[in-house]
Ligand binder design. Structure first.
Ligand SMILES: N[C@@H](CCC(=O)N[C@@H](CS)C(=O)NCC(=O)O)C(=O)O
Length: 216
């Protein structure tokens, strides 16, 4: 397997955590999102993902190599194809709760604070750096305030019960980003507690951006 990603990409970070929880090896191939206008825009990478977004996963089956995009689709693929260590709890209701927490982050927060959105605000809309940061903080706070309430009901040591799940896989990269952009998380005690728990878990620690070969 090959994972095309970038050390600071939170969507690639999600897939790295999932691979580690399942103890799957993947060759990591760096796609630098900033250098030379962004390697995600190269012709080579566009063959893998016409959306010009990391991650992309290359795997193979009886028909040869194929590639997948969208981190949640990649993680669901890993879950179905490599059942060792389940990323979802037992029971349809519980699985829906975990997927909802994951999607709150991956569909409602992350896309609004993505690199290309922030670049568009500044370069095309003429938004100041200060307002760009206000925008960033706004969407984190809106999403995390709602998530914190869900965690108060469903969390144990991790976001859902006492084992890491898809919800933690999405949460930890988003918290990493929030800290990177100096968001005050003191109003979210469950989020901060789960962040610290995950930092001590080997699958999360090895997936951390600073541990990647392309970290600079
Ligand atoms: N929904 C996509 C989001 C992928 C995404 O936004 N990737 C970002 C990095 S986290 C990216 O490649 N950004 C490049 C850009 O904005 O130009 C997924 O979950 O895979």
């Amino acid at each position: 397997m090959k994972l095309y990603g970038y050390w600071r990409s939170s969507a690639a970070y999600r897939v790295r955590i999932a691979l580690n929880l399942k103890q799957l090896d993947a060759e990591q191939i760096s796609v630098h999102l900033v250098k030379n206008g962004g390697e995600q825009h190269s012709d080579m990478f566009a063959q893998l993902n016409p959306q010009h977004l990391v991650p992309a996963l290359v795997d193979e089956d009886d028909h040869g190599e194929f590639n997948l995009t969208q981190s949640l689709a990649i993680i669901e693929y890993l879950e179905e194809q490599y059942p060792q260590y389940s990323l979802l709890p037992q029971g349809a209701k519980n699985r829906a709760v975990v997927r909802a927490m994951a999607q709150l982050i991956a569909c409602e927060i992350h896309p609004l604070d993505n690199l290309r959105v922030l670049q568009y605000l500044v370069k095309d809309m003429g938004v100041s750096e200060e307002d760009k940061m206000n925008w960033y903080h706004h969407w984190i706070h809106l999403g995390f305030a709602a998530l914190e309430k869900q965690l108060a009901v469903h969390s144990g040591k991790f976001s859902f019960g006492d084992s890491p799940s898809l919800a933690d896989i999405c949460l930890i990269p988003q918290v990493y980003n929030a800290y990177r952009f100096n968001v005050d998380l003191s109003a979210y005690p469950n989020i901060v507690r789960i962040w610290h728990t995950c930092q001590a878990h080997p699958a999360f620690a090895a997936a951390a951006p600073e541990q990647q070969d392309d970290a600079s």
